[in-house]
Every structure is written in C-alpha cells, then in structure tokens.
Design a protein around this ligand. Structure first.
Ligand SMILES: *[C@@H]1O[C@H](CO)[C@@H](O)[C@H](O)[C@H]1NC(C)=O
Ligand SMILES: *[C@@H]1O[C@H](CO)[C@@H](O)[C@H](O)[C@H]1NC(C)=O
Length: 399
C-alpha cells in the first residue's frame, strides 16, 4: 500500500467510526437465473445454488399480536432448493449473536428501525429471531459466502441479507392485496383458500403458499428465482416449487390484530409507504352511504351527521364525491373535513379529500382513526386522526 493510500485508509477509519469500510460484492457478467439453468453453473457467487428458490416469508401474528394492525410482518428470506427441500445452518462460524450491533456498525439505522416495526418475534425478542433467521437460512445463501466479496469486511453480508429481505418485503403488501379483494381481518368472517390465493396471485403475479394454524391464516410465502447474486442480481417472481399450502379449503379465519396500532402511525417511513400505495383511490366510496365504524374487525355503530361516532342511533347519510385523487364527504350538516385533527361535518368546514384503502376510509394514507372510547348508550365520541385509546376504521355502506 502506498503511504498515501495507507494514510487515506487510516483517516477513513478515524473519520468514520460508525460506517465501516466495505468490501465489494463480486460483479457478475451475464448471470443466469437460479433453478432455471440447463447446465452446471460453476460460479456460485453469481448464481444461487443449491438454494436457488428464494422465499420471502411473512407472518400474520395475532396471539400475541406483533407488528402494525394493517400489515403483515417479515418471517425471513429462505434459500430453498429448486424442489422445495432446503439446507439449514450452513456455517456455524457465521452464526452471529450480535445482529443489531452489526447493523449499527454498518450505519444501517433506518434498516434497523424498519425491522423493529416489521420484523417481529412473537416472543418479543427480535434480536434472537434475527439471529435465528440469519444462521438457519442466511448462511446457506451461496452468494453471501465471504469469498464473494472483494476486500471482504467481516460480517458485511449481514446487512446485505437484512436489507434485501426488507426491500423485497416492501414490494409485497399482502395486507393491501387481501383487502383489495375484500379479505380483511375479522373475528367472525371466514374465507376460502381459493379466494385468498387468488387475491395474492392478483397482486404478486404467481401462485403463493399460505399456511394456517387452527384454521386461521398465519403465513404467506412468495417465491423467486434470482438472476445473479442476492446482493446485485434481479429477483424474478415464480411459482412455488415443492411446498404446498396448509390451509383448509373453506372456513379460514383472518383474525384481527386486536390492540395493535395501524402502520401509518408507527413510523415516518411507514406513513410514506402507505400514502404512496393508496394515494389515488376512491374504492367503493361513491354516491350515498353510511360510514360504519369497525373496531377489532366488527362493526360498532356509525357516524352521525356532525361526524361523531354513535352506536345506538340512526346512521347519517353521507355523500361521497370524487375529487382530485380521492373523494370528499358531506352530510346534512355540511362539508366534512379534518379540522384540528377531528373529523367534523358542518357548514364552513373545508372539505378534506379522503381516499380509500383496503375498503376503509383513509386520511393522509392512514385508515386508522381514534376516539377516547367506544361510544355506548347516548354518548357520542369525537373521531380524531391522532392518537386516542381506541382505534377505529370506517367502511362505506352504499344506500
Ligand atoms: C444448475 O447449476 C447447479 C450449480 O452448479 C447444478 O448443481 C445443477 O445441476 C445445474 N442444473 C442443471 C440442470 O444442470
Ligand atoms: C459481532 O460478532 C462477531 C463475532 O461473532 C465479531 O467478529 C464482530 O466484530 C461483532 N461485530 C460487532 C459490530 O460487534
């Protein structure tokens, strides 16, 4: 090393104590698609083998609840063989027990904060769950071998694994795909396996695998082949290979995440994602209808004409009118709008443009509204867009 380079190297270390110097993932020219090769491919830094079928797996945890009430959470990224079998725990020397520290060491604080919301352990120990996923599955991904990096920096494949998994997860909005087909969490409704699979296929483009526990939907697996390495290659969606869905054909429950907060209020990043995904939508909100209140998957009263929530009277008739990228609402009292974070309908109120997301009324991308309590008797509750002790969503009932 010339003394200039040595000096630059030393000062890089001194000046950036947080972000470590990084090796570079091998460049792959003209890589082949994993599981689709017709001859032996020798460079396993540019071709995932034997784990060439990559599964982005997701959880729906309701007991105990993990993650936002309107989002699935990440299980992992698994390198299956091309026939559904798989290897596990492939390199005990890289079964790291400090995933959080490693990610922090590489300056991946945004990634960590996203994982803290969306990559959840049902027992509450996210770090140990991440360690398990990395050691069991991540170490079996051939393109993460340490010799696949030029100038390998110890543990640098770890941020690559977690970042890629999160990036894929962000392109797989299971909750929205299901709700677009009318499949929404409910403590009473049941769905068919065919309807769930069709809704997910409509979103993903290929068949997926679902699994159930006690007839309740709790997992989705999306399959990919990869052209090139995990680090720099292209993920190509594909049909499952091997494993089969484990849900009954009918009577499947999709239970609500009771007590959880909706995505949009969890983190700034999540709000942005939700807004982008739902910013041009009127859904079924058109013409005249009632705004029914839904808490924990059940309808509990509705809004009356001033925009307050009531459970023991006649619902007000609202008129939804397309406006911009969404719609406005009016009641007999006047325009409805969010005024100082309260949902209010009165003369002189500036009409807010709402959107629909998953069949629910959305404000600023979020379907979560709040009140200080579920109303009972003759009490009316004010509905707010900021926090309150009860979360409520509103569905449209055309009349
Ligand atoms: C595809 O490449 C892998 C890795 O080299 C090899 O094990 C497999 O046999 C190849 N498949 C075919 C059909 O040649
Ligand atoms: C994490 O643990 C490994 C050994 O298992 C160690 O080499 C590495 O320095 C640790 N990283 C951090 C950031 O603590």
């Amino acid at each position: 090393m010339s003394s200039f380079l040595a000096q630059a190297f030393v000062s890089a270390l001194v000046l950036s104590p947080i972000t470590q110097a990084l090796g570079v993932a091998k460049t792959c020219s003209n890589p082949q698609l994993s599981c689709q090769n017709t001859t032996v491919v020798s460079d396993l830094c540019c071709f995932n083998a034997p784990g060439g079928q990559l599964l982005q797996t997701q959880f729906w945890d309701t007991d105990p609840v993990t993650g936002p009430s309107d989002s699935w959470t990440i299980h992992g990224l698994w390198p299956d063989h091309c026939d559904g079998t798989y290897d596990s725990n492939c390199d005990s020397a890289r079964a790291y027990t400090n995933i959080t520290s490693i990610l922090e060491g590489f300056g991946k604080t945004d990634l960590l904060s996203y994982m803290n919301t969306y990559w959840k352990d049902y027992q509450g120990n996210d770090e140990s769950f991440w360690e398990h996923e990395w050691a069991k599955h991540g170490t079996c991904i051939s393109t993460f071998d340490t010799n696949c990096y030029t100038g390998y920096t110890p543990t640098q494949e770890v941020p690559d694994f977690f970042q890629k998994t999160v990036d894929l997860f962000k392109t797989l909005p299971s909750y929205t795909w299901l709700s677009d087909a009318g499949i929404v969490p409910s403590s009473t409704a049941t769905y068919t396996s065919a309807a769930i699979l069709a809704a997910l296929k409509a979103g993903f483009g290929y068949d997926v695998i679902i699994s159930c526990s006690s007839s309740a939907l709790d997992e989705i697996w999306y399959s990919y082949n990869v052209r090139g390495s995990i680090q720099t290659g292209t993920f190509v969606p594909t049909n499952p290979d091997g494993s089969k869905s484990s849900c009954p054909s009918t009577g499947i429950k999709y239970l609500p995440k009771t007590g959880a907060t909706a995505t949009a209020t969890s983190t700034g990043t999540a709000t942005k994602t939700t807004t982008t995904a739902t910013s041009t939508s009127t859904g079924s909100f058109s013409g005249k209808g009632y705004l029914n209140a839904v808490t924990s998957g059940s309808t509990t009263g509705c809004l009356i004409s001033a925009g307050t929530w009531y459970t023991s009277g006649t619902c007000a008739t609202y008129t939804a009118t397309t406006s911009g990228s969404g719609f406005t609402l009016t009641s007999s009292k006047g325009n409805c709008g969010i005024s100082g974070s309260s949902f209010t309908c009165a003369s002189g109120v500036t009409a807010t443009v709402f959107t629909a997301s998953g069949g629910y009324l959305a404000y600023d991308g979020s379907t979560a509204f709040y009140a200080s309590a579920v109303p009972s008797g003759t009490t009316q509750e004010q509905v707010s867009t900021s926090s309150g002790s009860v979360e409520v969503q509103f569905s449209w009932q055309s009349i």
